[in-house]
Design a protein around this ligand. Structure first.
Ligand SMILES: [Zn+2]
Length: 237
Protein backbone atom coordinates (compact mmCIF):
# COMPACT_ATOMS: atom_id res chain seq x y z
CA UNK A 1 0.00 0.00 0.00
CA UNK A 2 1.42 3.33 -1.07
CA UNK A 3 0.00 5.89 1.33
CA UNK A 4 0.22 8.98 -0.82
CA UNK A 5 0.83 10.37 -4.28
CA UNK A 6 4.23 10.86 -5.90
CA UNK A 7 4.81 13.85 -8.13
CA UNK A 8 8.03 13.48 -10.12
CA UNK A 9 10.44 16.35 -10.65
CA UNK A 10 12.25 19.14 -8.88
CA UNK A 11 9.90 21.99 -8.07
CA UNK A 12 9.02 24.28 -5.19
CA UNK A 13 6.48 22.70 -2.84
CA UNK A 14 4.15 25.17 -1.21
CA UNK A 15 1.54 25.06 1.54
CA UNK A 16 -1.95 24.23 0.17
CA UNK A 17 -3.96 25.48 3.14
CA UNK A 18 -3.56 27.43 6.35
CA UNK A 19 -1.92 25.38 9.10
CA UNK A 20 0.81 24.81 11.67
CA UNK A 21 4.09 22.95 11.17
CA UNK A 22 3.93 20.04 13.63
CA UNK A 23 6.86 17.90 12.52
CA UNK A 24 10.16 18.40 10.73
CA UNK A 25 12.31 15.34 10.36
CA UNK A 26 14.82 13.36 8.38
CA UNK A 27 14.69 9.64 7.77
CA UNK A 28 17.51 8.05 5.78
CA UNK A 29 15.47 4.88 5.19
CA UNK A 30 12.10 6.59 4.92
CA UNK A 31 10.89 9.93 3.73
CA UNK A 32 14.19 11.80 3.80
CA UNK A 33 13.51 15.44 4.56
CA UNK A 34 9.98 15.36 5.93
CA UNK A 35 7.50 18.06 6.91
CA UNK A 36 4.11 17.60 8.52
CA UNK A 37 1.56 20.41 8.56
CA UNK A 38 -1.57 20.28 10.65
CA UNK A 39 -4.73 21.92 9.25
CA UNK A 40 -6.97 21.12 12.19
CA UNK A 41 -8.27 17.58 11.89
CA UNK A 42 -6.43 17.01 8.61
CA UNK A 43 -2.66 16.84 8.36
CA UNK A 44 -0.57 16.91 5.20
CA UNK A 45 2.85 15.26 4.93
CA UNK A 46 5.65 16.05 2.51
CA UNK A 47 8.58 13.64 1.93
CA UNK A 48 11.91 13.68 0.13
CA UNK A 49 12.76 17.40 0.24
CA UNK A 50 15.98 18.19 -1.60
CA UNK A 51 17.16 20.12 1.46
CA UNK A 52 15.60 20.43 4.89
CA UNK A 53 12.80 22.96 5.09
CA UNK A 54 13.42 26.48 6.27
CA UNK A 55 10.08 26.42 8.09
CA UNK A 56 10.21 26.15 11.88
CA UNK A 57 8.44 23.74 14.16
CA UNK A 58 5.23 25.37 15.42
CA UNK A 59 5.26 27.98 12.67
CA UNK A 60 1.87 29.14 11.41
CA UNK A 61 1.78 28.89 7.64
CA UNK A 62 -0.47 30.38 4.99
CA UNK A 63 -1.44 29.21 1.51
CA UNK A 64 1.53 29.51 -0.83
CA UNK A 65 4.27 29.51 1.82
CA UNK A 66 7.39 27.71 0.62
CA UNK A 67 8.03 24.33 2.25
CA UNK A 68 11.03 23.10 0.29
CA UNK A 69 12.09 21.96 -3.16
CA UNK A 70 11.30 18.37 -4.02
CA UNK A 71 14.31 16.08 -4.24
CA UNK A 72 15.49 12.55 -3.69
CA UNK A 73 16.38 12.06 -0.05
CA UNK A 74 15.64 9.01 2.10
CA UNK A 75 14.30 5.88 0.38
CA UNK A 76 13.98 7.46 -3.04
CA UNK A 77 15.60 6.85 -6.40
CA UNK A 78 14.55 10.01 -8.21
CA UNK A 79 13.49 13.56 -7.53
CA UNK A 80 9.88 13.68 -6.46
CA UNK A 81 7.44 14.87 -3.85
CA UNK A 82 5.62 12.21 -1.89
CA UNK A 83 2.44 13.81 -0.54
CA UNK A 84 0.09 12.35 2.03
CA UNK A 85 -3.17 13.44 3.61
CA UNK A 86 -3.94 12.07 7.04
CA UNK A 87 -6.65 12.42 9.59
CA UNK A 88 -5.99 12.39 13.28
CA UNK A 89 -5.88 14.47 16.42
CA UNK A 90 -4.03 17.75 15.80
CA UNK A 91 -0.33 17.17 15.29
CA UNK A 92 -0.58 13.37 15.19
CA UNK A 93 0.04 11.31 12.09
CA UNK A 94 -3.25 9.42 12.17
CA UNK A 95 -4.57 7.30 9.30
CA UNK A 96 -3.96 8.09 5.66
CA UNK A 97 -6.80 9.33 3.49
CA UNK A 98 -7.04 9.18 -0.28
CA UNK A 99 -5.13 12.31 -1.35
CA UNK A 100 -7.07 12.38 -4.60
CA UNK A 101 -10.10 13.53 -2.62
CA UNK A 102 -8.19 16.68 -1.69
CA UNK A 103 -6.66 17.57 -5.01
CA UNK A 104 -7.98 20.08 -7.49
CA UNK A 105 -9.75 22.24 -4.94
CA UNK A 106 -7.83 25.29 -6.06
CA UNK A 107 -6.60 27.82 -3.54
CA UNK A 108 -8.68 27.74 -0.44
CA UNK A 109 -8.10 29.20 2.98
CA UNK A 110 -9.21 26.07 4.73
CA UNK A 111 -9.39 22.39 4.01
CA UNK A 112 -13.00 21.34 4.45
CA UNK A 113 -13.02 19.04 7.44
CA UNK A 114 -15.09 15.89 7.34
CA UNK A 115 -17.07 16.60 10.49
CA UNK A 116 -20.39 14.94 9.73
CA UNK A 117 -21.95 18.20 10.83
CA UNK A 118 -23.65 20.76 8.66
CA UNK A 119 -21.42 23.63 9.76
CA UNK A 120 -20.65 27.00 8.22
CA UNK A 121 -17.55 25.68 6.43
CA UNK A 122 -19.71 23.06 4.71
CA UNK A 123 -22.30 25.61 3.58
CA UNK A 124 -19.46 27.84 2.36
CA UNK A 125 -17.97 24.96 0.35
CA UNK A 126 -21.41 24.06 -0.97
CA UNK A 127 -22.15 27.65 -2.04
CA UNK A 128 -18.74 27.87 -3.71
CA UNK A 129 -19.27 24.60 -5.59
CA UNK A 130 -22.82 25.51 -6.65
CA UNK A 131 -21.60 28.91 -7.80
CA UNK A 132 -18.92 27.15 -9.83
CA UNK A 133 -21.70 25.27 -11.60
CA UNK A 134 -23.56 28.52 -12.24
CA UNK A 135 -26.42 27.43 -9.98
CA UNK A 136 -25.87 29.77 -7.05
CA UNK A 137 -26.10 33.50 -7.58
CA UNK A 138 -25.85 34.76 -4.00
CA UNK A 139 -22.92 35.72 -1.81
CA UNK A 140 -20.59 33.06 -0.48
CA UNK A 141 -21.07 33.63 3.23
CA UNK A 142 -21.74 30.17 4.63
CA UNK A 143 -25.21 31.28 5.65
CA UNK A 144 -27.79 29.27 3.73
CA UNK A 145 -30.94 30.98 2.53
CA UNK A 146 -33.45 30.86 -0.29
CA UNK A 147 -30.81 31.23 -3.03
CA UNK A 148 -28.64 28.48 -1.57
CA UNK A 149 -31.57 26.10 -1.27
CA UNK A 150 -32.77 26.90 -4.79
CA UNK A 151 -29.27 26.17 -6.13
CA UNK A 152 -29.23 22.90 -4.20
CA UNK A 153 -32.64 22.04 -5.67
CA UNK A 154 -31.41 22.74 -9.18
CA UNK A 155 -28.37 20.57 -8.53
CA UNK A 156 -30.36 17.68 -7.08
CA UNK A 157 -33.32 18.02 -9.43
CA UNK A 158 -35.82 18.74 -6.64
CA UNK A 159 -38.82 21.09 -6.98
CA UNK A 160 -37.67 24.71 -6.54
CA UNK A 161 -39.27 25.89 -3.32
CA UNK A 162 -36.34 27.85 -1.92
CA UNK A 163 -36.69 25.90 1.30
CA UNK A 164 -34.65 23.03 2.68
CA UNK A 165 -37.69 20.78 2.70
CA UNK A 166 -37.94 16.99 2.89
CA UNK A 167 -38.14 16.64 -0.92
CA UNK A 168 -34.86 18.54 -1.29
CA UNK A 169 -33.13 16.59 1.45
CA UNK A 170 -34.24 13.33 -0.18
CA UNK A 171 -33.15 14.49 -3.65
CA UNK A 172 -29.70 15.44 -2.37
CA UNK A 173 -29.41 12.07 -0.61
CA UNK A 174 -30.25 10.26 -3.86
CA UNK A 175 -27.72 12.41 -5.65
CA UNK A 176 -24.89 11.50 -3.27
CA UNK A 177 -25.95 7.88 -2.99
CA UNK A 178 -27.18 7.50 0.58
CA UNK A 179 -30.55 6.25 1.85
CA UNK A 180 -33.14 8.88 0.99
CA UNK A 181 -34.96 9.05 4.30
CA UNK A 182 -35.04 12.85 4.26
CA UNK A 183 -33.10 13.05 7.50
CA UNK A 184 -29.69 14.63 7.24
CA UNK A 185 -27.64 12.87 9.87
CA UNK A 186 -23.90 12.42 10.15
CA UNK A 187 -23.81 9.79 7.36
CA UNK A 188 -25.45 12.13 4.84
CA UNK A 189 -23.33 15.10 5.86
CA UNK A 190 -20.13 13.04 5.79
CA UNK A 191 -20.95 11.87 2.25
CA UNK A 192 -21.86 15.39 1.20
CA UNK A 193 -18.56 16.68 2.55
CA UNK A 194 -16.76 13.89 0.70
CA UNK A 195 -18.60 14.91 -2.46
CA UNK A 196 -17.41 18.48 -1.92
CA UNK A 197 -13.84 17.26 -1.49
CA UNK A 198 -14.04 15.42 -4.78
CA UNK A 199 -15.51 18.51 -6.38
CA UNK A 200 -19.28 18.56 -6.49
CA UNK A 201 -20.36 16.88 -9.71
CA UNK A 202 -22.28 19.02 -12.17
CA UNK A 203 -25.86 18.56 -13.21
CA UNK A 204 -26.37 15.11 -14.56
CA UNK A 205 -27.21 14.76 -18.20
CA UNK A 206 -30.35 12.73 -18.78
CA UNK A 207 -29.44 9.09 -19.23
CA UNK A 208 -29.71 7.85 -22.81
CA UNK A 209 -32.82 5.72 -23.29
CA UNK A 210 -31.88 2.07 -23.59
CA UNK A 211 -33.13 -0.06 -26.48
CA UNK A 212 -34.51 -2.58 -23.96
CA UNK A 213 -36.56 0.21 -22.38
CA UNK A 214 -38.04 1.16 -25.76
CA UNK A 215 -38.96 -2.45 -26.50
CA UNK A 216 -40.37 -2.93 -23.01
CA UNK A 217 -42.40 0.29 -22.91
CA UNK A 218 -43.48 0.86 -26.51
CA UNK A 219 -42.97 -2.06 -28.84
CA UNK A 220 -44.11 -4.88 -26.53
CA UNK A 221 -47.51 -3.38 -25.65
CA UNK A 222 -48.16 -2.48 -29.31
CA UNK A 223 -47.15 -5.92 -30.57
CA UNK A 224 -49.37 -7.52 -27.92
CA UNK A 225 -52.29 -5.43 -29.18
CA UNK A 226 -51.44 -6.26 -32.80
CA UNK A 227 -51.26 -9.95 -32.01
CA UNK A 228 -54.65 -9.74 -30.31
CA UNK A 229 -56.01 -7.85 -33.32
CA UNK A 230 -54.79 -10.43 -35.84
CA UNK A 231 -56.07 -13.26 -33.65
CA UNK A 232 -59.47 -11.53 -33.53
CA UNK A 233 -59.47 -11.19 -37.38
CA UNK A 234 -58.56 -14.85 -37.74
CA UNK A 235 -61.30 -15.81 -35.32
CA UNK A 236 -63.81 -13.76 -37.28
CA UNK A 237 -62.93 -15.46 -40.56
ZN1 LIG B 1 5.65 7.87 -2.49
Amino acid sequence: MHHGVDVAGTFPVTVPAKGVVTHIGYSARGGGNTVLISHGSIVTVYYHGYLATTLMLGQHVEVGDYIYTSGSTGASTGNHLHFEVRVGPAGNWGDTLNPEDYLGQGETDTVLKITGKLDKATWTALQTALKGHGLYTGTIDGIPGRLTYTALQRWSDAPETGKLDVATRKAVQRRIGVDDDGVWGSVTITELQGELHRGLAGIRKPEPVKVETVIERIIKPISAKLAAFFKMRKDLR
